[in-house]
Design a protein around this ligand. Sequence first.
Ligand code: NCD
Ligand code: ZN
Length: 345
Amino acid sequence: MTDSITIRRPDDWHLHFRDGDVMREVVPYTARQFARAIVMPNLTPPVTTTELAAAYRDRILAAVPAGVDFTPLMTCYLTDNTDADDLARGAAKGVFTAAKMYPANATTNSAAGVTNVEKLYPVLARMEAEDIVLCIHGEVTDHAIDVFDREKEFIDRHLRAIAANFPKLRVVFEHITTSDAVDFVMQAGPNVAATITPQHLHINRNAMLVGGIQPHNYCLPVAKRESHRLSLRKAATSGSPKFFLGTDSAPHLRSAKESACGCAGIFGAPYALESYITVFDEEGALDRFEGFASLHGPAFYKLPVNEATVTLERAELAVPPCLHVTGEEIVPWHGGQTLGWKFVG
Ligand code: NCD
Ligand code: ZN
């Protein structure tokens, strides 16, 4: 039995840091385990320009603990009014690593997102020409579409057309939750990849809805039925370079989660690697963990792999039921559970 595993330091290819005091307190959790992270731009107001992204990056860097090597990779929040020249300039200057497309009102802080995907085509054409990565929150917002079908519907209505119209555009289908998304990514060209969160590998929708409503298992896209979870586990552990780690860690205070209108988002950062490696262990795929966590992402983003390493050991880890951010309670992913792996450093 493998009791210890050392891999190149991983990166988190989808992450929410927020801003202000919360950001300052959550950055160390990610910087402890990851060398880089793709930082989502859904602040209020959203990070829509090079100038805003550069300033946000500086605020994040100021929150990285002394002696810790961590690089935030910034994204541009695409809107109906995105200035493609500014985006291209920001990418050329190394401020932007990618741009993020939220359909308007699909999720937390997405009201300024695109109201019509096709209207963004001129910007996508420019991104294809400049080789800028497009990260997509792939859910339709049409109220007539059942929340459990919104990802599949997005593939059928928009994603297939984007891939066909922009055959060279690098696209990351973010936080995929369905076998339909796995199938789409598998049949697409090498320029189409996907991130997978720990929660969608661990839970299906029962974890959210059985035995009383479980707000700490609620995130968007929502967890789907078991057959989808199984297909995500197969994809993540398959060794395919099209799938890589993206926690979608999305901190919301306990009070905002345990509410009559609870926020979507799971705070996965504190024990992210322990969560993922548990899945790879259960699937008998520990030898493929490094690919998913540390190699496929950099290859897709055309960035160097990290030279430093991290070690995880088989040992009992009691995840605290609750942590504190800005003096308030926040419940981490796996809060109150015991995991079988521990991050050593
Ligand atoms: C994210 C958030 O809270 O910012 N929430 C979530 O449930 N994943 C937004 C997102 O990525 O959809
Ligand atoms: Zn997210």
